[in-house]
Design a protein around this ligand. Structure first.
Ligand SMILES: [Zn+2]
Length: 119
């Protein structure tokens, strides 16, 4: 009986189907992420850190819960939107208390010189 179970164990270990299944399991995170934009990163993490159990888990979590895809605002408009938001930012004049544009040198309401730190 012990000999039989040992034989079964070695057969289980070196069976080509078991090797294929374990190979598939090892690359499961990359397989799940095959249609994602960050597929290359997941594949690299899977390849390089997958043999550490934590690296494999991280790759799997990354594949299952990817970062939200940029739909309306890609990277290029996001950087140009930043100065726009700063120009739209409004602060209040120290002299008259009315709202002024952040980039303005003088208050649009009373004409007072605006402090430099508000620009
Ligand atoms: Zn003013």
């Amino acid at each position: 009986m012990p000999i039989f179970s040992l034989r079964f164990f070695s057969l289980f270990h070196f069976h080509p189907i078991f090797l294929l299944v374990s190979l598939f399991l090892y690359f499961l995170p990359a397989y799940l992420a095959r249609n994602q934009p960050n597929f290359t990163g997941i594949l690299l993490l899977n390849l390089l850190a997958g043999w550490t159990f934590i690296g494999w888990i991280v790759a799997l979590v990354w594949a299952l819960f990817p970062e939200p895809r940029p739909q309306a605002a890609p990277a290029q408009p996001a950087t140009t939107a930043l100065p726009q938001a700063a120009a739209e930012a409004v602060f209040f004049c120290n002299t008259c208390g009315k709202p002024c544009a952040a980039g303005a040198r003088f208050c649009s309401s009373c004409g007072a010189t605006l402090p430099a730190m508000n620009r």
